[in-house]
Write a protein that binds this ligand. Structure first.
Ligand code: UT7
Length: 329
């Protein structure tokens, strides 16, 4: 690329994709009961706010969901795939060990040449990926990027563990992030602390042609809950300070959709009325890196988030990783 690097990046289109199969709490509870595991619609709603989630069909991969979300985002932005010069996919459930899901999405979009890679920061993956894309745009390395969060967490759930299998779902969300002379992405704040890796992990690995260790998700829910509440408030305040804004400037809070109690707690700490909180966890469950762009797209298409609104995105999850992005739509 030549010329002066743009000062900002901004979102010009959003899209999302949910697999067709919607599984209600009652349906899941009945399936678990058949395995001798007790749970209920009431427990899941009261403790998490989740009413249903979507599960991918056996042949559906993260790249399939990402592709549809990307197509919708491109359409919303009025862009063709061939105009994109950077593709980043945030995922912890990639199609393969390698190559990256991003290169698979690139090929399915019918394009070639531009850089494409995955970001692995679990449920913080989308805020990490958006920050990386913004940085590459600001340095002039890219002008029009696709930033996608896509997950098939149903593949890594242990359906004998009621403390985790009722929480997660599958889906994808995408944005087109483009170079712009006006903001855009105002500030971001990213963190990680590997000392907490054991409280949320999928410890299995592949070696010698075999899966070693347990390849299903493990979570110490209460420990994650406690840490999430703390870091979400800290990161929200940090990103506001970096952007020179205050909590009263936030039009919409779109936190990672894991548990309604964590989300409402964060909104209250920021003194935000709860109607400024975008909630999709009730219908999507926790879709990890896909949850934030999915919620953003639902809010955009539902006419709640509009051009000019100030939006705070917040991720938190395995690693431990966390962070926030503040942006003007
Ligand atoms: O995506 C990354 C970020 N992830 C999160 O933010 C998740 C954070 N954690 C949470 O959302 C919550 O900790 C959970 C929803 C996972 C659990 O809620 P909790 O209020 O912390 O419940 P708990 O783990 O303390 O369990 C309370 C009780 C236990 O029974 P006892 O020991 O009190 O008899 C559990 O065995 O609820 C029991 N329980 C269940 N009961 C029915 C746990 N899971 C279930 C279930 N159905 N599915």
């Amino acid at each position: 690329m030549t010329g002066v690097a743009p000062r900002f990046s901004r979102i010009t289109g959003t899209g999302s994709m949910l697999p067709a199969r919607r599984v209600t709490n009652a349906e899941l509870a009945a399936q678990l009961a058949a395995r001798g595991i007790e749970t209920s619609d009431e427990w899941i709603i009261e403790r998490t706010g989740i009413r249903a989630r979507h599960f991918a069909a056996p042949e559906q991969t993260a790249s399939d969901l990402a592709l549809e979300a990307a197509r919708h985002a491109l359409e919303a932005a009025g862009r063709k795939a061939g105009e994109i010069d950077l593709i980043i996919v945030a995922t912890s459930t990639p199609d393969m060990v390698f190559p990256s899901t991003a290169t698979i999405v690139q090929h399915k979009l019918g394009v070639a040449g531009c850089p494409a890679f995955d970001v692995q920061a679990v449920c913080s993956g989308f805020v990490y990926a958006l920050t990386v894309a913004d940085a590459l745009i600001r340095t002039g390395s890219a002008r029009r990027s696709l930033v996608i969060g896509a997950e098939v967490f149903s593949r890594i759930l242990d359906f004998d563990d009621r403390t985790t299998c009722v929480l997660f779902g599958d889906g994808a969300g995408a944005v087109v992030l483009e170079a712009s002379d006006r903001p855009g992405l105002l500030a971001s704040d990213l963190h990680a602390d590997g000392a907490y890796r054991d409280i949320l992990c999928t410890p299995g690995t592949v070696s010698g042609g075999r899966v070693l260790g347990d390849p299903t998700l493990k979570m110490d829910g209460p420990a994650v809950f406690k840490l999430a509440v703390k870091v979400l408030e800290e990161s929200a305040r940090a990103v506001l300070a970096k952007a020179g804004r205050s909590d009263t400037d936030i039009d919409w809070l779109i936190p990672h959709q894991a548990n309604i109690r964590i989300m409402q707690g964060t909104a209250r700490k920021l003194k935000l009325p709860l109607d400024k909180l975008i909630v999709t966890v009730d219908e999507h469950g926790n879709t990890s890196a896909a949850s934030i762009p999915l919620a953003l797209d639902v809010a955009m298409r539902g006419g709640r988030v509009r051009a000019g609104d100030t939006v705070m995105l917040e991720g938190v999850g395995g690693g431990f990783t966390w962070g926030a992005v503040l942006l003007d739509m």
